[in-house]
Design a protein around this ligand. Structure first.
Ligand code: HEC
Length: 147
């Protein structure tokens, strides 16, 4: 191998390593898997997907912690359990850091695995009930529309 070939091989190897680790970054996972519906800063799209700003409010009501993982966009994503844990922990910090309860325990791959195994029926009903709970506990004002 001459020097140029060696440098090129090294460059390719570096690119491979960096590229692979970059794809594991939660912001990257979000961009590739969730961004299309929830938008770059978690703004959501009216009528299509709710904003993720304030998603940590769900952690303050009973059943909300599991809801965040059982929701189909998350549980049925192409991500593996540890990627789901990492992207959800990132979403909560990045878009909802203000609402994050002080005693928040980050999701682990093991917890995600267990929650994902549960098939949530009646998604809209579950979501509406959790939001009604937030409204009655004065965590959120009453929503003007579903999302
Ligand atoms: C095809 C559009 C779509 C994609 C892609 C999507 N979601 Fe969602 N997401 C929704 C919808 C719609 C809801 C509301 C619940 C429902 O009806 O499924 C939701 C709800 C949520 C919620 C609960 C917040 C709330 O207010 O109900 C979280 C958290 C969430 N999504 C995270 C993600 C993550 C993380 C990804 C990527 C792995 C993702 N979503 C991909 C459409 C999407």
């Amino acid at each position: 191998m001459n020097r140029t070939a060696a440098m090129m091989a090294l460059g390719a190897a570096l690119l491979l390593v960096c590229g692979a680790s970059l794809a594991e970054e939660p912001a990257q996972l979000y961009m590739l898997n969730c961004w299309g519906c929830h938008r770059p800063n978690g703004e959501g799209i009216t009528g299509t997907a709710p904003p993720l700003k304030g998603a940590a409010d769900f952690l303050k009501v009973k059943g909300g912690r599991q809801y965040l993982i059982e929701v189909p966009g998350v549980s049925q994503s192409a991500l593996d359990d540890s990627q789901v844990a990492s992207v959800m922990n990132w979403i909560l910090q990045a878009f909802s850091g203000q609402q994050l309860p002080a005693d928040f325990r980050p999701y682990t791959a093991e917890e995600v695995k267990q929650l994902r195994a549960v098939r949530m029926l009646e998604i809209t009903k579950t979501r509406d009930a959790l939001i009604a709970e937030m409204v009655s506990a004065k965590i959120r004002p009453p929503p003007s529309h579903s999302f």
